[in-house]
Design a protein around this ligand. Sequence first.
Ligand code: SDX
Length: 431
Amino acid sequence: MSDEKRTAKLEIDGKTYELPIFSPTAGPDVVDIRKLYGTAGVFTYDPGFTSTASCDSTITFIDGDKGELLHRGYPIDQLAGKSHFLEVCYLLLYGELPSPAQLEDFESRVTNHTMLHEQMQYFFRGFRRDAHPMAIMVGVVGAMSAFYHDSTDISDEWQREVASIRMIAKMPTIAAWAFKYSIGQPFVYPRNDLDYASNFLRMCFGVPSEEYEVNPILSRAMDRIFTLHADHEQNASTSTVRLASSSGANPFACIAAGIACLWGPAHGGANQACLEMLQEIGTPDRIPEFIARAKDKDDPFRLMGFGHRVYKNFDPRAKVMKQSADEVLELLGIENNPILQVAKELEAQALADPYFSDKKLFPNVDFYSGIILEAMGFPTSMFTPIFAVSRTVGWISQWKEMIADPQMKIGRPRQLYQGATLRDYVDIEKR
Ligand code: SDX
């Protein structure tokens, strides 16, 4: 954070208050209001935090106007094209690209933590078979603190490191087992001779009765999808993890809170909602009907996979995802996928419509991801769990950054109170 040189002047009832202005390495300046209530006796008001920086961070930066996403300064399109998910995990966690030796050690540590405590199997069996995999993930991840109690002391740096590796390593197994449980197939154990994405695909689609041959095209696409969803500044689920962690709660419980938040259709649940919307549209001739509904103030329907709080230009992840969708579907011989055609036509018609262009509504990361995942064989119910597997490294990186910050204090927002003022209780006989 730069030195306090500039100030903002706020005048209230004839009195002027000076508030420090900090300049970041990138992005808007911030006005430090931490002493505002103590000096001026007023709160600021910002439901949805549209103009509020909740923390300072060095992990990810988004330039919404340019449509730029940087992880530790590296643009997402370069990472998606040249790196791979576990290397991006290392970058997010430790701040720099790893040397070959560092990467080998990190990948070995993750690989050797992919198994779950055998007793956790019985946790899955408590759910109905038709339970949504996200419901299972919230429950199982929250329960991890009961199984891995030796890495819950957040004041111990080594325990924080162990919990971080455990979370990143075990999430694919938990997500795959939630899927297997929902389709009544036996759990498939992770293999240490497979890379992260291949291991996940095998745990999802392999069966004990035959060898599972990993398709390198699908494995590369899976790894790229993990990379594209890894972290994204202080989005709703990351902010949930930070707020939960600020009370000192253990990391597994805090990640479970993040999974719960991600599930919402306005956030990580949008990839499932988007594919279901595209399937409901069905054919290009129905697109105008849905665009009209999205524009209708009286209709709660929104175009799923469109719009973003920060991006007022193309979401760079959507660009990479669109290229990947074309490649994967062509390589799988389903380039004429009718849903992909509907998506492309919907995008073209929406972007040509002043309603969307004036409001700067562009496709986001969720617009094309579902098409690839469905082509890979995943049911829509597995789209958000896959998002959660990837975002775990983002949640953990942001959690580690916050816990290590000596200025960290419990998050406790205030409010604009609009309720009843002081009044006396009225006995029921007198009401
Ligand atoms: C993710 O924060 C992150 O970084 C999230 C994420 C990540 O990686 O963590 O990027 C992942 O969650 C992506 C977003 C996935 N959600 C969706 O695709 C759902 C559809 N999108 C919308 O719900 C909406 O765009 C949000 C929630 C994404 C953003 O909402 P905002 O920032 O609160 O914007 P808003 O609701 O104030 O919308 C501004 C205007 C409104 O119209 P007016 O009231 O100004 O007339 O744009 C309209 C909205 O009605 N609008 C849409 C729209 N999105 C916004 N109209 C139609 N369709 C849409 N999709």
